[in-house]
Design a protein around this ligand. Sequence first.
Ligand SMILES: [Zn+2]
Length: 427
Amino acid sequence: MTPERILSHLIQINTVNPPGNETAAARFLKELFDAAGIASEIIEAEKGRGNFLARLGAGDRRLLFLSHTDVVPAGEDWDFDPLGGEIRNGFVYGRGALDCKGLVAAGAYAVLKLAQEKTPLNGMLIFAATADEERGGACGVKHLLEHCPEKLRADFAVNEGAEEPVCLNGQMIYFIQVGEKGTAWSRLEAKGRACHGSVPTLGDNAILKMVRALNALFAYRAEVRLIPEAEVLLSEIARIKGLDMPVNEENVDLLLDRIGDKNFSETLRAMTRMTVSPNVIQGGAKTNVVPDSCQAKVDIRVLPGQDEDYVLGELRKCVGGEIKIEVPNYHPPTFSSAQSPYYRLIEGITRKLVGRGVACLPYISSGATDSRFLRGAGIPAYGINHMAKGFDPEIRATVHGKNERIDVASLYVKAEFLVTLAKKYLG
Ligand SMILES: [Zn+2]
């Protein structure tokens, strides 16, 4: 079956998470792999939450292809059926086309192709299409690593997680994701004194206290922190843009302001500092009651070296002593080396595949993927997002948005990359 047909089938299987129902997608994959005589299994963390695992070859060397089968809800206003999986005009249409059923389809196609060609493998190729990535991974990679880590153990893994390629000054840049920022989701609480809203000066308005705190957060300028991978990336971008300037913590913003492409430059900016975004606020009960309590939830993303104490300290400096601050949800950043032979192998194959003159650069995600669990378990993981030259950059905005789709040519590029990687590493 072609990768576009595999993808079309996968899109038609409803795996919107919650509730997930990934077992239905796992069963479809199992039928494909069974027909090709490839050993595979479905491991459910809970009923319906199936993870699909397949193995090809045997030996000490182990390579893992990771992807996930669950998707986020489609939302409204699509121009086509989000669960239609229609193939038309060189595109496959529907939720998950890019995140992440496209990679599932490309990976499955690659493994089936290697089996069909009877490619001799000096080691084991593991294909894992897991559940629950979009809601924290408890039924997916996290579950597998807790209950049967041996099944995912590999020398290294490739997964989703890189930005799609960008074109800058006529130069295509492909990314290899080597790290993910950590999360430090925080909670602020202002306390006051309630009274009748008709004589407000008798009370102490907690909402107004919170407003002052949030204004201080709005004015907060996080320190620029240039980790080595970001320095490599930004130096190359400066060169490609023809900007004759060194990259250091003092002039990073000057460089970013001159990139021109706002989506790209703000993504890069988030790689160079902690970001702080108050996204939920709750307070007050009635128009005629001065509120005695107000809470805010703040999405904070941190770089290496920025632990909970650092976050607490920065918030405290900002909002002052009157606001209660908690960091109930902290996950550290995770990284895999950009100096490793695995990174160089991925880089070399990418260059060969997409052509000379293409830049291939390390990338740090502001968001998290299942790679964080692998890295936490000591398995280096690299995020890829290879697309065909000339792909429509408009489709980037469809991830987690409406009208998600992928061009068929890019599916073949992803599959070709994976086939080549398996042949090179396990050849
Ligand atoms: Zn994803």
